[in-house]
Each structure stands twice: as structure tokens, then as C-alpha cells.
Design a protein. Structure first.
Length: 138
């Protein structure tokens, strides 16, 4: 009798527009796409600036700090890979760079969370090609 295969972790698929973001993750940096025409941040990465409609952009390193906007406690994960980790917290964070990012929040209990609490982005190397962000209390 063979043991059932473990579920695979879902991983992002970088696109031409998001490649700079994922390369930043590999270097343990938050890199955000900026429009080279008007200078505004484009996050999530996309081909056209929503402010001036330019298609030109560049990636710039951003600070890793932020404040909790909200969070959820996942008791019933959407993917079976995460079942062993449940319950776990996913936070939506207002980054100091002016964008919102959601990622797991580690090392903090639900009872200790509050809106506005300072957190810092850190990085988990999942495999040779993929590094993902997570947050810890600042």
C-alpha cells in the first residue's frame, strides 16, 4: 500500500511585468514597479500605468516596514498544502512605500494583533526559483 502524494504548494508564475518583483524577492528586497513617465508606483505589476497610461516602467527597491491594515485567520485553507499549517494568519499591510501587500504573518498570536501594528517583511526561500514574502512584528 503506497502513501498518498502530498499536495503541492501553489507557487506564483512570474510574468514579463512582474519579473522584477520576483527577482527582488530572490535578493530579499521588495522591488516595486514605478512608471518612468509620471513616477507613480504600479502595484500590482502591470504593463500600463493606471495614472498616465504609459507603458514604460522600472523597478525600485522599497522599504520593508509597514502597518497592519487588517488580517484574517485561516482555519480552512483554500489549498490542501496549507492544511497542516492551519490555523494561520494572513495580514494585509500598508507598506511604508505606499502600497498594500498581503502575506502570512508569523510569530504573532491573534490575541496580540491590532490595526496599525508595525510589521516588517521577511523572505522565505521556497525553492531555487521562488522566494516568498511573510511578515513578522517589528
Amino acid at each position: 500500500m503506497s502513501t498518498p502524494a502530498l499536495p503541492e504548494r501553489p507557487l506564483p508564475t512570474p510574468t514579463r511585468e512582474s519579473q522584477g518583483y520576483w527577482e527582488g524577492m530572490q535578493e530579499h528586497e521588495l522591488r516595486l514597479q514605478h512608471c518612468t513617465a509620471c513616477g507613480k508606483v504600479r502595484h500590482y505589476p502591470r504593463p500600463v500605468c493606471p495614472h498616465c497610461f504609459s507603458m514604460e516602467s522600472e523597478y525600485r527597491k522599497a522599504p520593508l516596514g509597514g502597518a497592519i491594515h487588517t488580517w484574517t485567520v485561516c482555519h480552512h485553507p483554500f489549498n490542501f498544502f496549507f492544511k497542516a499549517s492551519a490555523p494561520y494568519i494572513v495580514a494585509l499591510v500598508d507598506m511604508d512605500a505606499g502600497v498594500r501587500v498581503n502575506a502570512p504573518l508569523r510569530g504573532v498570536t491573534e490575541a496580540d494583533l491590532r490595526i496599525g501594528q508595525r510589521v516588517t517583511m521577511q523572505f522565505e526561500m521556497v525553492n531555487k526559483e521562488t522566494t516568498l514574502p511573510y511578515f513578522v512584528a517589528a
